[in-house]
Design a protein around this ligand. Structure first.
Ligand code: TIU
Length: 239
């Protein structure tokens, strides 16, 4: 167990039960011509978190800790996209329409993939999700239960939409959630700030927030000098 300095108070992290959750770091949200752009957003401002998130991802890889990437997407026939989502807004390009990176928000299209800097590697789990929350209509909960995961470090985009929805879903399912402040971003800075404040208000009503450096420091203080040491700990049977 390590304690990460966090808001509203120290986050107790058992290293046998933690996973890194990376929400929707897709070209559809971070690059021109995708879904985020079609909704009228300045997508470039989401790029700022990529180097820090990459650092956290590499630390989890080094210590052989579980990593989950989510992808917001829909089937080719849009059977999993409710009309309420399909028809919302007045965007020029809707979900399923052909865009410069392929069909907007459709699974397998070039624009729907995770950005190259954070591309998943073998052993990491990809959760394809049709909603904003990563638990809705996915097998994420089953994966977490099977691996004895109780604590989620939550990152990705956008802070007040898919990230916050997922954190609230997780909180109601009994997970202890830490939102990584400099590994999440929004098209609206004021919405990001409000989200960071609201999740840890009221004594941590939804969870905790901390910068990535606090987690990296906590991992460094485990004294693990090799990935092997981390692997031994992770492989220790839980309970
Ligand atoms: N529009 C917006 O801010 N977000 C989304 O539509 N999806 C995610 O947050 N991933």
């Amino acid at each position: 167990m390590i304690t990460i300095p966090a808001k509203p108070y120290g986050y107790e992290l058992p290293l046998t039960g933690v996973a890194l959750i990376i929400i929707d770091m897709q070209r559809d949200f971070l690059e021109p011509g995708g879904f985020g752009d079609a909704l009228g957003n300045d997508v470039n401002r989401l790029q700022a978190i990529v180097p820090t998130l990459k650092q956290l991802l590499e630390a989890f890889r080094q210590y052989r800790l579980p990593i989950f990437h989510t992808i917001e997407c829909h089937q080719h026939d849009l059977a999993d996209c409710p009309p309420a989502k399909l028809n919302r807004g007045k965007a020029a390009l809707k979900i399923g329409d052909p865009g410069p990176m392929g069909r907007i928000l459709i699974k397998g299209e070039p624009g729907n993939g995770i950005i190259s800097e954070l591309a998943p590697v073998l052993g990491e789990t990809i959760i394809y999700k049709p909603g904003k929350g990563a638990f809705y209509n996915t097998n994420l909960a089953t994966h977490l239960q099977e691996r004895g995961i109780t604590h989620l470090l939550i990152t990705g985009v956008t802070t007040e939409v898919c990230v916050q929805t997922t954190m609230r879903e997780a909180n109601d399912r009994g997970y202890e959630c830490l939102l990584i402040e400099d590994c999440t971003e929004s098209y609206f800075p004021e919405f990001k700030q409000a989200t960071l404040e609201m999740v840890c208000a009221q004594g941590g009503i939804v969870g905790w927030t901390a910068p990535a450096a606090a987690v990296l420091q906590g991992l460094a203080e485990t004294g693990w000098d090799t990935p092997k040491a981390a692997l031994d700990l992770v492989n220790t049977p839980v309970g």
